[in-house]
Design a protein around this ligand. Structure first.
Ligand code: ZN
Length: 92
């Protein structure tokens, strides 16, 4: 069974203000109210892939800060600048 994280969207109790995990049957209706105080809650969408993408961007930014320029091959003899200084596109 998947575990979903919920957090109150309005005034809630300490339980739902901090967010809580809820074990749910697959296909079950999402929880709409805090089991403790009854405040409206919403499912928190967690995106593990987003962290990976951000880490990549941070890495690129780090390299650019240190004066590196990176080009990505986008076609036959055509390179597009990913980051750094220099022309945006190089055609060989
Ligand atoms: Zn609550």
């Amino acid at each position: 069974m998947p575990i979903f994280e919920y957090r109150c969207v309005a005034e809630g109790c300490p339980h739902c203000r901090a967010g809580f995990d809820q074990l749910e049957r697959l296909g079950a209706d999402p929880l709409t109210a805090c089991p403790d105080c009854g405040a409206a809650v919403a499912r928190v969408i967690s995106a593990p892939n987003l962290a990976v993408g951000n880490a990549h961007v941070l890495k690129d930014g780090h390299a650019a800060k240190h004066g590196f320029t990176q080009y990505r091959k986008v076609g036959k003899g055509v390179y597009e600048k990913a980051f750094g200084k220099g022309p945006d596109v190089i055609k060989g």
